[in-house]
Design a protein around this ligand. Structure first.
Ligand code: GLC
Length: 750
């Protein structure tokens, strides 16, 4: 191509680039001008109105109907505020946001009231669309985040978020209170299933993928939560105090927020708990100094549910609601979740001169920026579409379910199941119900769900009989029907093999029956109720037993692990979880899931996480094996992979991975690093990178990682992030287990 033509192309390209840069710049300028002009017209009440969020009117009616005695963590109503007054408040511009609005019809009604206000500022509607728009009947339900993380497939997680965003907008919601990027360091916590697990790097990558999915093309806005440390609270109970060092805070808990800030997440939510004596909702160091100052984040904060009130009613750092409002706004809070007793005190505080109006303008600006980016000023109304529960979304949910399931044990390669097992018994409390949906999902239409039994019925080869043997009621796991379970055990002799689905129940709708989920923390991580005994009796029948776990938190199923023939960790795999479990059992796909969290042997070894400090097990306990039940990063395949000893050239580490079996498969190659000697103690290993590769039978491939300074750095004695010269052990393999890793030494010169 001659030089002349090249120059024309180069000019054209640079014009396009310049235009696109200008257009991005122009949009911001256009938005800023619009927002500043709007703020200049607003009264103080209208400004603070933008900082007020209420629950939806239908939600209130439902709470009334259910005669909910008082506000609780998932239902609310406003005692002295009839819904007509709420509508008048919207028309006066005193409410800027709603949550728990789950129909397009109600969303449009609320927007209509807002369009009658003086300045016609649209409402932003938030919802907990954690793994699909689960509070909406008819939504596509994807695996819960712990399962998403088990796939290690950031692209697929991003895709599921994009699809959830589409389904949210079809329902009239614009803002999801996800991703939960808490670092889960205590298996007793009921919300582990909502997190991406125990590892800072994996949580960061999954949080990033989720945010990018939701905020793609500004379709919806995400919410990085809960800032910070709820996954390491005392006793593992939700909202209990977290008391950790600044070093642990900065090494483990804050990095996912730094990345979320860097990619410009639209909102963040502060945590229920106090952090080192200061409630997160009044924590200026966290909210303003670190996240806004150091990370340069300019989105808006929303409080968690009634946590501003709790500064006074629970933490007692404020003597009354007005002082609580003062503390939280001055710490950096932008929006109150939820209800009255915020607008008036804040207006008073501004009129008294205790809160500068400029501080209110900051919050209003951040909130209006998000509403502008969402396109709500152009069109606040939603138009229902036909993408909810569409074929494309269902396919993604099923593929993610397949990749989220972790095969933990497969003795004598009993799986994939041979058709020689002619009569298969399916039983257990999670074998034929909607517990596979997990928390933050309402009960879905039966036709939209495939239970484990239904999946096995569909997938089993012809000539194989699959029978479901019930065990009575399976809502309340703590009082299962012992007689019904014994009757089921008696039937075992009629079958060649048993599939038993046990675990937990996180379904929010089935009140009083949950064993896991938000505010359902347990002192024990054993199977709830008599499930363990039930499995023991099934194993005692002498028939081969395949155990499927459906659960949010890790379960210390040591006896089952040692005595069953196969053990499958399905987590809460969503709408098509039953299909995915059945297809794994019958070998329709080769499992690739890997644990994003350590499975402890019991509640006595909760701090079993893989990236422990060198002295942690200097004197291991005497009444339990030292190793975890299953380690971080572990998961079996129906094939096997072998790794060469890594080579190192400069900062590039290369390993050859071979699929030594006769089945194609997907392997997650993990890279861990240890700083061999350091000024401050360092973990024995830390995940710093991972790559997923597809390998055909007997194929091999080279995988190269580039070791960056960021991977080698840590906070030294002076809390400065440094890379110290010296030796680092670089480990590469298919899990964090020693026997799965090959290593090489990297020397960093002075
Ligand atoms: C709850 C949860 C939070 C959720 C919010 C709104 O208390 O802590 O994660 O987003 O309320 O439902």
């Amino acid at each position: 191509m001659n030089r002349y033509i090249k120059r024309i192309i180069a000019t054209a390209l640079s014009t396009v680039v310049l235009f696109s840069v200008l257009s991005a710049k122009e949009i911001d300028t256009k938005r800023d001008k619009f927002v500043e002009s709007l703020i200049s017209k607003m009264t103080l009440e209208e400004k603070v109105g933008q900082m007020c969020q209420y629950v939806g009117i239908e939600h209130i009616k439902e709470a009334d109907a259910k005669k909910i005695a008082a506000n609780n963590d998932s239902h609310a109503f406003y005692k002295d505020l009839p819904t007509d007054s709420l509508i008048e408040m919207v028309k006066r511009g005193e409410i800027g946001s709603f949550l728990h609005v789950v129909t397009a019809e109600e969303a449009n009604k609320l927007q209509g009231y807002a369009m009658q206000s003086r300045l016609k500022i649209p409402i932003i509607i938030g919802i907990d669309a954690i793994h699909g728009n689960g509070l909406n009947v008819g939504a596509t339900i994807y695996p819960t985040p712990i399962g998403m993380a088990s796939s290690w497939n950031t692209d697929l997680v991003k895709q599921s978020s994009k699809e959830t965003a589409i389904e949210m907008r079809e329902m009239g919601a614009h803002w999801t209170f996800t991703p939960n990027i808490d670092i889960a360091r205590d298996a007793r916590w009921g919300r582990v299933g909502e997190t991406f697990g125990e590892d800072t790097y994996l949580v960061s990558m999954m949080g990033k993928a989720s945010i990018e999915g939701f905020e793609d093309n500004n379709l919806t806005v995400a919410c990085a939560k809960h800032l910070v440390g709820g996954g390491e609270s005392i006793n593992g109970t939700n909202a209990a105090p977290t008391d950790i060092s600044e070093r642990t805070l900065r090494e483990l808990h804050l990095p996912p927020y730094k990345i979320a800030a860097e990619i410009g997440v639209g909102t963040m939510m502060t945590a229920h708990n106090e952090l080192n004596g200061v409630p997160c909702h009044a924590n200026k160091m966290l909210m303003t100094d670190i996240v806004r100052g150091e990370y340069e984040w300019d989105g808006f904060y929303v409080s968690d549910w009634m946590d501003i009130e709790r500064l006074s009613t629970l933490h007692r750092t404020a003597e009354n609601q007005k002082e609580a409002c003062f503390q939280t706004v001055m710490a950096g809070m932008d929006m109150h979740m939820h209800g009255p007793n915020f607008l008036e005190p804040v207006v008073e505080l501004v009129n008294e001169g205790r809160i500068p109006e400029s501080r209110i303008d900051e919050s209003v600006r951040r909130i209006l920026n998000v509403k502008y980016n969402l396109g709500l000023f152009d069109n606040p109304y939603t138009k229902t579409g036909d993408k909810t529960f569409s074929k494309a979304h269902k396919n993604t949910a099923k593929q993610l379910a397949r990749e989220s399931i972790v095969l933990l044990k497969n003795s004598d390669a009993i799986l994939p199941l041979s058709s020689s097992y002619k009569r298969v018994m399916v039983t257990g409390p999670n074998s034929n119900n909607q517990t596979i949906l997990g928390d933050w999902s309402t009960l879905q239409p039966e036709d939209n769900i495939t239970t484990i039994y239904e999946g096995l019925k569909r997938v089993a080869p012809s000539g194989v009989t699959v029978d479901h043997i019930g065990i009575g009621q399976t809502d309340r796991f703590f009082d299962l029907d012992l007689n019904a379970m014994d009757k089921a055990v008696d039937k075992a002799s009629d079958y060649d093999l048993i599939v038993v689905a046990v675990g937990e129940n996180s379904i929010r709708q089935v009140n009083g029956a949950r064993t896991c989920g938000e505010n359902i923390d347990r002192a024990s991580i054993a199977l709830p109720g008599e499930q363990q005994q039930f499995v023991e009796k099934l194993v005692a029948s002498g028939k081969p037993v395949v155990v499927v776990l459906v659960n949010g938190r890790p379960l210390g199923v040591e006896w089952i692990s040692e005595n069953c023939n196969a053990l499958i960790e399905a987590w809460e795999p969503g709408s098509f979880g039953g299909d995915a479990v059945a297809e794994l059992i019958y070998g329709e796909f080769n499992p690739s899931g890997k644990l994003p969290i350590t499975i402890p042997r019991s509640s006595g070894s909760i701090s079993a996480y893989y990236n422990y400090k060198p002295s942690t097990f200097f004197h291991p306990v005497v009444d339990q094996k030292r190793s975890p039940l299953y380690p971080f990063g572990f998961g079996l395949s129906y094939t096997s992979y072998s790794y060469s000893v890594p080579t190192i050239e400069g900062r590039d580490v290369t390993v050859t991975v071979k699929n030594s079996g006769d089945l194609d498969g997907k392997e997650t190659v993990q890279l861990y690093i240890r700083d061999n000697f350091s000024q401050v103690t360092r973990p024995v290993m830390e995940l710093k990178a991972f790559k997923q590769i597809e390998l055909g039978a007997n194929e091999s491939t080279e995988v190269t990682f580039t070791i960056t300074d960021n991977m080698l750095s840590y906070y030294n004695l002076d809390m400065e992030k440094v890379v110290e010269p010296g030796k680092f052990t670089i480990m590469v393999g298919g899990s964090s287990r020693k026997e799965d890793l090959k290593s090489v030494t990297l020397v960093v010169a002075k």
